[in-house]
Design a binder for this molecule. Structure first.
Ligand code: PLP
Length: 359
């Protein structure tokens, strides 16, 4: 029996319910000590790539690589895709850190910034921008950007590469990969796995850019440069000794998601989000933090709980539910709720009912 609470924190979040079984069977098979230069490992790798292509409809124009985290992919993106200038849409803590990563790497990093809780429309990209950094779902504030905005940034700025952080919106968000150059995520949010694996999806334009930078004498990093990742991916391998267990587990969970069907996962996510937003919108004491419905995330829902924060947290705790704290300045006045494939309809109904009954 599990006595721990249902974890609604956005990340790490509640593990997907099949993970424990997969870990047990991985240990029985000796997965954690398998060499990454064996056919067995290559099989896990290939199974994962094929599963991700099916689940997320990733076309063959895009390659899939594995890194340690999304934080690493922020850094690798800047190293491999930017000679001088990157442009960042900043509307919270995660998009800000992507911007700061480019600054740390001494790039000419330019940002357009809006207040927490807000999104963007009509973004003007400065000339000579090589990379447009977009955080699809700002986990700190619960703001999700419309895909049409992201696609229009690529369409209107064909010389730049559009790079999308979809860490807390995949696998829910249905991205048209033909309309973006790169997308990345890590596994401890929507995929319900222990942290420690980042997935980096790139098209040929990204690979060409990395080649060009290397040719011109710029450092694109060493073992996790795009070119090194590509050289090994062809053999279903990674440059370094990777987290073999994590690659195996993600392959298994993706298989589970495919069996359940991405359509069902998406429609269930919509239902759960609607249930919680309805309870928040009708509540006398609590509101959704993001007021504009077009920017309200389906996967990370932030409640403005003001001076009721502690009391609500305690009430949810009594019913076995653990909300996420607000982020940064919102720590004492907001609660965040992840809505990932692991969270069931029943759990969301209990959450919404408990909130509605409060106060
Ligand atoms: C959690 C998160 C990250 C960082 O992920 P790590 O796996 O911790 O590196 C980046 N971007 C967003 C939007 C996130 O929610």
């Amino acid at each position: 029996m599990h006595t721990h609470k249902i974890n609604f924190t956005p990340g790490p979040s509640q593990l997907y319910f099949t993970v424990e079984g997969h870990i047990k069977s991985a240990f029985k098979q000796g997965v954690p000590s398998i060499s990454h230069r064996t056919r067995t490992f290559e099989g896990y790798y290939q199974h994962l790539v094929e599963g991700l292509r099916q689940l997320l409809a990733i076309p063959t124009s895009h390659q899939i690589f594995f890194c340690a985290s999304a934080t690493e992919i922020w850094e690798r993106s800047i190293q491999n895709l930017v000679a001088n200038k990157s442009f960042h849409l900043v509307n919270g803590a995660f998009s800000k850190r992507f911007f700061e990563t480019a600054q740390s790497l001494k790039k000419d990093a330019v940002k357009v910034e809006v207040e927490n809780g807000m999104g963007f429309r009509d973004v003007k990209v400065p000339p000579d921008t090589e990379l447009i950094a977009i955080t699809h779902n700002e986990t700190s504030t619960g703001v999700s950007l419309p895909l049409d905005l992201i696609y229009s940034l690529q369409a209107q700025n064909p010389a730049a590469l559009t790079v999308v952080d979809a860490v807390s919106s995949l696998p829910y968000v249905n991205i048209d990969y033909a309309k973006v150059d790169s997308v990345f995520f890590s596994v401890q949010k929507g995929f319900g796995l222990p942290a420690g694996l980042g997935v980096w999806i790139v098209n040929d334009r990204c690979l060409s850019k990395a080649e060009e930078l290397q040719r011109k004498g710029q450092s694109i990093g060493s073992y996790h440069s795009l070119l090194s990742l590509q050289d090994h991916a062809i053999k279903n391998q990674t440059p370094e000794t990777p987290n073999v267990l994590a690659i195996y587990l993600l392959g298994k969970v993706v298989e589970d998601f495919n069996r359940r069907g991405i359509k069902a996962i998406r429609s269930e996510t919509d239902y759960k989000a609607a249930t919680l937003y309805q309870s928040l919108t009708r509540h006398p004491l609590v509101q959704p933090f993001v007021t504009e419905s077009g920017f309200q995330s389906r996967t990370v829902i932030v409640a403005q709980t003001n001076d009721q924060t502690q009391a609500i947290s305690a009430k949810l705790g009594e019913k076995g539910m653990l909300p996420g704290d607000g982020y940064g300045a919102g720590k004492k006045t907001q609660l965040r709720f992840a809505n990932f494939p692991t969270h069931s309809r029943e759990q969301f109904e209990l959450l919404a009912d408990t909130l509605s009954a409060f106060g």
